[in-house]
Every structure is written in C-alpha cells, then in structure tokens.
Design a protein around this ligand. Structure first.
Ligand SMILES: NC(=O)c1ccc[n+]([C@@H]2O[C@H](COP(=O)([O-])OP(=O)(O)OC[C@H]3O[C@@H](n4cnc5c(N)ncnc54)[C@H](O)[C@@H]3O)[C@@H](O)[C@H]2O)c1
Length: 258
C-alpha cells in the first residue's frame, strides 16, 4: 500500500483527522497539498510532515464552502502536483442545538460547509481525475447521519446528506474510474474534545451511554494517527480499487454493535 507518486489533496488538514491523514500520506510516500481555513495550523502540519518525509507536503488556505475558492485552490493544487489521484475530505463543522430551537442560521451554516462543501470539492476532484480514468475520493460521514442525534440536529441532517451524496457520486462516476467512499469515524480530535467541553455532567453521562459504551474496542474514541491513518492509506491506494459507494465505520464497533 505504498503511495509513491500519488498526488493528493487533503481538506481540513490543519488539525484532527485531516492532519493525521496528511501525515499518513506523506509517510507512505505521496505528494500532498493540504487545505484549511486555519493558515498557521495548516502550514505547521505540512512543514512537520515534510520534515518527516519520505513524501512531500504543502499548504493552501481555502474555504471549501465557497465555489470560486474551491475552483481556484484545486486548480492551483493540480498545477503544483501535476494532476490529482486522491481527495481526502475531512473538513466539516459541528454546532450543538436541539430540534425545537435550531436556528436557520446554524442550519444554513452546516449545510453550506458540510453538504455544499462536499459537493463542491468532490466535483472539483472528479473534473481533474476523470480524464485519467482513475481516482479515489474519501468523504467523511458520521454515525450521527444514521441515527437520531438529539444534541446536534443540523449536523446530523448534514451528515445524512453526505451519505446520500457519496452513494450518488459513486454511482455516477464509476464509469470514469473514480471511486467515492465515506468514513464514519469515532476518533478523538479537537472537534470531539470541543463537543465534550460544552457538556454538563448529565450530558457527559448520556454521551457515554450513547457514544462510548458501544465502542467494543475499549469504550473510547480512537487515535487519529494509529487508528485512522492506515485506513486512509488503504482507501487511497490501489489495494481498495474494487471498493466504492461504501460508508465505512472506523469506530471500534460503535456503529454496528450499538
Ligand atoms: N471526531 C469524531 O469522532 C467524528 C465523528 C463523526 C464524524 N466526524 C467527521 O470527521 C471529519 C473530521 O473531523 P475532526 O474531528 O477531525 O474535525 P476538526 O474540527 O478537528 O477538524 C476540522 C478541520 O476542518 C477545517 N474547516 C472547517 N470549515 C472549513 C472550511 N469551510 N473550509 C476549509 N476547512 C474548514 C477546520 O479549520 C479544521 O481544521 C468531519 O467531517 C467530522 O464531521 C468526526
């Protein structure tokens, strides 16, 4: 599963799973362009990965919810890389709420970043991959898109939409040799820590029973580098060439045994 010569874009690369994915790809020999809104974090992650090698990494600021910015950034990255083989797309946002009071502003923000953003970066990647008749796109869904999510209704709806889109794009682009899958992670990252920090004691207890108790492998969220990175390398590589349209939990069993 080495990725020597692979040309890859990773969104949300400044922290969390995007940063771990970028490190895994550079470690497997790929040439990677990371994208994020966070310039300082993104440049630091790329620089550290570049130093560690053996692949290479650079960074661009890009807003994945903005159509013009996505076109500009993907065209610039493809010029830097000499084409595009893989898009890994963890960038997303999560805001709390409840079904009775979720505001149109919060709803629209999560749909713009999580749903429209996924459509935009997937289209931009497909446009660059289709002429070569090969490519792998890896989106990020969530168990929240499969079940009721009382504390995050707009986020949950947005991830359900990412699942449907992933299936549709996989069906539409298989003829072009472009695979589209989605990871459903349970991984300890800043997004997860921030969600926990907003919870009361009672909510933390409810969170344990809803989210952690069903993680069969240890009742706790996984590590981005050890538990997610190798799966991202597999899905980027030709070892997964016959896998498309799948929602793939990387969650210690959470989705399946709950
Ligand atoms: N952490 C979990 O256990 C978990 C569970 C289920 C799903 N997910 C999904 O996994 C993915 C990765 O999550 P994470 O925990 O690493 O998140 P994170 O919040 O730690 O990192 C997300 C990154 O995306 C960037 N970003 C946000 N909006 C952007 C925009 N408009 N343009 C460009 N970059 C933007 C942020 O700056 C940040 O660096 C997300 O899609 C998330 O919804 C995470």
């Amino acid at each position: 599963m080495d990725l020597n010569g692979h040309r890859i874009i990773v969104t949300g690369s400044a922290r969390g799973m995007g940063a771990a994915t970028l490190r895994a790809y550079v470690g497997a020999g790929a040439r990677v362009v990371g994208m994020d809104l966070d310039k300082d974090g993104g440049e630091k992650v790329a620089e550290d990965a570049r130093r560690a090698g053996p692949g290479s990494a650079s960074f661009m600021v890009a807003d994945i919810s903005d159509p013009e910015d996505v076109t500009r950034a993907f065209d610039a990255a493809a010029r830097t890389l000499g084409g595009l083989d893989v898009l890994a797309h963890p960038a997303a946002i999560q805001r709390p709420g409840d079904a009775a009071t979720v505001t149109p502003a919060d709803w629209d923000m999560m749909m713009a970043v999580n749903v429209r953003g996924t459509m935009l970066v997937n289209q931009a990647a497909h446009r660059l991959m289709a002429p070569n008749k090969r490519g792998s796109i890896i989106n990020f869904g969530s168990v929240s898109g499969l079940r009721a999510e009382p504390v995050a209704p707009a986020y949950s709806a947005s991830k359900g939409a990412v699942h449907s889109w992933t299936r549709t794009a996989a069906g539409a682009w298989g003829a072009d040799g472009v695979r589209v899958n989605a990871i459903l992670p349970a991984i300890a990252t800043p997004m997860y820590q921030e969600a926990r920090a907003r919870m009361t004691e009672d909510q933390l207890t409810a969170n344990y029973w809803q989210n952690e108790q069903s993680i069969a492998l240890g009742q706790k969220y996984g590590d981005p580098d050890r538990d997610l990175g190798p799966v991202m390398v597999f899905l980027a590589s030709d070892a997964s060439r016959f896998i498309t349209g799948q929602l793939i939990p990387v969650d210690g069993g959470q989705t399946s045994v709950r």
